[in-house]
Every structure is written in C-alpha cells, then in structure tokens.
Design a protein around this ligand. Sequence first.
Ligand code: GUN
Ligand code: ZN
Length: 440
Amino acid sequence: SGAAVPSAATLRITASGAAAPGRAGGDDAVVYLDDGLMIVDQGRILRIGDYATLAPTLDAGVSLVDWRGRLIVPGFIDTHIHYPQTDMIASPAPGLLPWLETYTFPTEARFEDPAYAAEVARFFLDELQRCGTTTALVYCTVHPGSAEAFFAESHARNLRMVAGKVMMDRNCPEFLRDTAESGARDSEELLRRWHGTGRQMYALTPRFAPTSSAAQLGACGELAQAYQDVFIQSHVAENQDEVRWAHELFPGRRSYLDIYDHYGLLRPRSVYGHCIWLDEADRLRMRDAGALAAHCPTSNQFLGSGLFDYAAARTAGMPTALATDVGGGSSFSMLQTMNEAHKVARLSGHHLSALEMFYLATAGAAQALGLQDSIGTLAEGAEADFIVLDPRATELLARRTARADTLEELLFAFAMLGDDRAVAATYSAGRMLHRRADNC
Ligand code: GUN
Ligand code: ZN
C-alpha cells in the first residue's frame, strides 16, 4: 500500500555521473514533468512518471494526494549548521571571534542540560521542516548528551541526518572543553551507537583547528581511519584573523587546510565550512581528496568573513554545496541561502543559475556526500524525502511566477523571493511531517 502524490508540475533533478545543470554534459540532468505522478511505498519512491501513464496502474485503495499547481522537488540538504545556536541566531557582534566569545560559547554551555538540548532539538528540526530541509550536517556541542538528544529526536522522526559531538580541548572556556582522550572516546561511543541506526549518520566534529590540540586532531584522524564511512566536519579559512591564528598555532603547515590534511582529515565524506581564504593549491587538494566545501553565504556576509570565490571553486573543480551555518547564518531557509549565494557568485564574476543552485542544494550535495542513491533525487528507488513548493505562496511570488516563461525563471523566482512560506509541505521517508497552515 502506498501514497501516490500527483502534481501538475513535478521537477526531478538527477545526479548522473558528474553531470550537473549548466556544466558540459549536464543538460540531461534535469527532468521536468508538467503533470506527474510519484508513487511512494515504504518510505521510498516506487515509480515516477506522467500522470496519464501511471495513474491507470494504481491499485484501487491507494490514497492520492493532489498537489496540482505546485512544484515537487527533492528535500533540501544543508551541509553545515549548528543546532545549539538556534536560540542565538541574529546576535550582533563585530566578526567571528568576538561573536564566538560573546554569544556562541555561553549559549552552547547550556547544552550540559539534556532537557534543554532535547527541547532545542525539537524546535530546530521543526524549523528545518518548515524550510524544506530534509537532511543536514549538524554540529552539536562538546557535551555527548547534546548529540544523544539530537539523534534521539531525529531518529524518532525517521529523518536522514548527519551529526556529531564537537571536539575542542583548548582556546575556549574551561567549561566547554573535552580532552584528546575523552573527545575521541565519547565520539567513538556515539558513532557506534548512532551511525547506521535507522537513517542517522555520524560526523567526527573537531570544531576548528584553533580549538583542538595536535593530540586531539591526531586522535580524530585515527578514528577517521578506523571508521571510513563516517563523515568528518570542521571549519576552514572563514575569516582572516582566524587564518592568522591557525598559522600561529600550527607553524609547520603550508596552509590552514594543510593542518587537517596532515592529520588525515581530508578525504571523501569530509566537509569543510566556508573555504573562503583558500589558495589555488588548497582548492585542488580539496578536489583530489574528494572533500566538500560548504559555502555559507548568509553567514559570511552576516559576520563579514569574506566572499566565497565561486568562480575559482568551479575552475578548480572543488566540490561545493550550500549551507546556512545557523546561527552565524541569518536564515534557516535554503531558498534564502540560494538568494545570497547568487549575489556572492555575481561578485566573483560568475552567474549562478537557479538550476545549478537547486542542484547544489539537492542532488549535487548528495553526490558529494556519497548519498546519491538515497537522497537529493526523485529517482525510483530513492528515499522519499521531498518538498512541495507553492508558486503562489505570497502575493509577489504569485505575480512573478505567473510571468515565468521557463523553468529557470520559475526556480529563480523561488530562490530570490522564497523562504519558509514557499514550502507548502515537507515529506520525509514518504510521511508528510510539515504542512503550511495557510495552504489549500
Ligand atoms: N568557527 C568555529 N566555530 C564556529 C561556529 O560556531 N560558527 C562559525 N561560523 N564559525 C566557527
Ligand atoms: Zn559553522
């Protein structure tokens, strides 16, 4: 038995090989169905195609959900976000390092309390669902209980999430420190309990090189070696003061990125937030290692960190995806993130199309994370994580999308004018977990 979801407009963005919209050989990467039917069964997409073709094949008794007039796309993938920073989003500070000292660390200290952690995890996941984000790479705090609370809530909702306990053993307040040994031990316990439990996956999470000793990065590298299919996430080259600090702390390394490389932390399934102040050798190293750059445009502008060079990333072939970086980021919405990514790319002389931005937020991210068979696509066999976008969600969207002549113009309007209001519904593993009250 399954739920069938027809829609007047269904978009399918597939990740086939290296093909991507806007790239050589990528023209076939986008499939658009004007009147589609998607058959969902046991949390997966069983069939997808034209309504006229598939509807006669449906068993009697299958429940139909009619989303005509909307656009169904894969759920968004946010490749870098901090759930403990939910309550301090939009906190004013003159740049990254004072922002961490003044707001971030005191807020993260509260996660010593598992009840508080559980309450924030619930709100955070509700907010992701409102925004249409079905998978995220999530930083918890240094407290193992913060990761436990997050995974428990995500697992209860059957979401596909990646998360990890932060490791930091120096250059931060005493009350937020682990040690090289305890950080590694707690991370290993958590990953053994949660990586592969239901749809949960683990990410080793050294916060960034300045807050980890050489011993801690070494221990993290050993875990990465022992557990090849877990993720690794950290920050790199976000802010010029931070880059200088990293160089002072690790004087022997060629670059900030090279610190992580030295400890075995650059590899497929490693995800580095920001990547603004990289040089050409770093970008090529990211590419060769199969590591992913998480571009966080709302955060980079909010904190004044700098402008990600999208043109250089593309020329170097550095795998790149989009991320909010809440609470440094100023929005949970991947649509708003696309809006800012477009503007930042303009400043590096690149035109980032809506098709490419939707690719970066769905199939492109999934491919770079090694999850292309599971998420980021509406291909048959994939997990049924998808969202329903409403082109009439606001008066202005309705007016602009009524005049959209191409798919590119329609998607571009969603990216520039859309936010959580544009998300009529969010489905995860075939279940509708969110539906906007003022829709239908
Ligand atoms: N660098 C180290 N920690 C953080 C953090 O929490 N947010 C951001 N944006 N950068 C960081
Ligand atoms: Zn971050």
